[in-house]
Ligand binder design. Structure first.
Ligand code: GLV
Ligand code: MN
Ligand code: MN
Length: 408
């Protein structure tokens, strides 16, 4: 199942061309946030890849990009793809590996002389990471109706710019956004290839695996309101310091999650007024929490919330909590999953704690995922990596899957 040199060369060339876009030269991390210049450059790259291959290119009402081999209207399409945006200082692979592998797999099918009997499409979903507007998978959520137009209009970035304003500045029509059931109805199966964001495949020594499920996960904003005052003159007993409540909540989150076998992370925080010699008036922390099942997740988050409120009462700090997003557990379609595993000769089947557009789409269309080995398991970091041989094994696996699904 090795990839011929043409596929290897095409993968290599695409990777090289995409690599500099949106990379910060100090951190070496990627800053490809939705509807920014770096995102626009990624989108130009995608469009060129489609056009270079003579594929039919279109952009849907939510700004997701599509490249079609065959008639987009014919129905029962086999679609693959992922995303090109990144988290703050993200790695090169989370998202782009799926897109580059999709084009390379198509090249591989053509090199083999395969004749698809169904339309094949490659999609780049917009704003998967939610780095700019706080909500992940905006493109696929809008398309599948899991994010309403009103909710999308209310999204704001750190500068107060709304999602429609950002889309408009990037040259897209924000009036058009909304559910797209007609487009979804044309899809027979969606397969997303992604770098593994853990070490399961490294442990089993397999280059490629198939996803079984995505853990339920969500984001909660904790606002700790205290009282600004002088750091040098305010007696300890007179303070209403929200930083103290925040710090205790971070510790409680770690403890509650560990006890429950779940995950809880405060990875983003903002402080007002943010002065060295002033007690803060407001600390805002965002909790990302995930667990194998929804009951455990609800229990863990409930305990963290209670711990924050109780500690706030002791500190004279008012705690307000807002759930900003929630994604239920995803169990990928068993038929498709088993079909993929069969086509690949029985590769490992594994769950993940990471969210994906494939998880969002799974509520509307049969969906599956392929994972490519990540030797360190590190992701959402510039240190994220995969060996080129494993990437090519991923391309070969995706080509096998696309051929199995679209050519028979
Ligand atoms: C997306 O990568 C997520 O799991 O947050
Ligand atoms: Mn990610
Ligand atoms: Mn991703």
């Amino acid at each position: 199942m090795g990839a011929p040199p043409t596929t290897s060369a095409s993968f290599h060339d695409m990777w090289r061309d995409l690599a500099p876009i949106g990379r910060n030269t100090t951190t070496n991390g990627y800053r490809r946030y939705a509807w920014t210049d770096a995102d626009a450059d990624c989108r130009t790259w995608f469009k060129e890849q489609a056009q270079n291959r003579g594929l039919t290119y279109d952009v849907d009402r939510n700004g997701n990009q599509w490249a079609w081999l065959g008639d987009p209207e014919a129905g029962n399409a086999v679609v693959t793809g992922s995303h090109l945006d990144s988290v703050p200082d993200g790695g090169a692979f989370d998202g782009p590996l799926g897109i580059v592998s999709s084009f390379a797999a198509l090249d591989e099918l053509r090199a083999r002389g395969a004749h698809p009997t169904k339309p094949l499409a490659i999609v780049n979903f917009g704003d998967e990471e939610g780095a700019r507007f706080g909500l992940a998978c905006v493109g696929s959520r809008l398309t599948s109706g899991q994010l309403s137009v009103a909710q999308a209009h209310a999204l704001r970035d750190a500068d107060g710019l709304s999602l429609p304003q950002a889309m408009e500045r990037a040259g897209y029509d924000p009036e058009a956004i909304g559910p797209d059931p007609e487009r979804l109805a044309r899809i027979g199966a969606f397969v997303e290839l992604h770098i593994e964001q853990g070490r399961a495949l490294a442990d089993t020594n397999d280059p490629v695996g198939v996803a079984s499920a995505i853990w339920p996960h969500g984001r909660w904003r904790f606002d700790f309101h205290g009282e600004a005052n002088h750091a040098g003159t305010t007696r300890i007993e007179d303070r209403r310091d929200p930083m103290l409540t925040y710090a205790n909540t971070v510790l409680a989150a770690r403890k509650k999650a560990k006890l429950a076998g779940a995950l809880a992370t405060f990875g983003k925080v903002s402080v007002e007024p943010n002065g060295v010699n002033a007690i803060a008036s407001l600390v805002r922390g965002w909790l990302d929490s995930r667990a194998a099942d929804e009951e455990t997740l609800a229990a863990v988050v409930g305990e963290i919330e209670r711990a924050a409120v109780e500690r706030g009462q002791r500190d004279g700090v008012d705690v307000r909590i807002t759930r900003e997003s929630f994604t239920p557990v995803v169990e990928f379609a068993h038929d498709l999953r088993d079909q993929l595993s069969g086509l690949l000769g029985g590769v490992p089947i594994l769950p993940t704690g990471a969210g994906h557009d494939a998880g969002i789409l799974s509520a509307s269309v049969p969906t599956a995922m392929l994972f490519v080995r990540n030797p360190t398991g590190v992701s959402h970091s510039p240190a994220e990596t995969a060996a080129e041989d494993d990437c090519l094994a991923g391309v070969a696996a995706l080509a096998e899957v696309l051929e199995g699904l679209a050519c028979h």
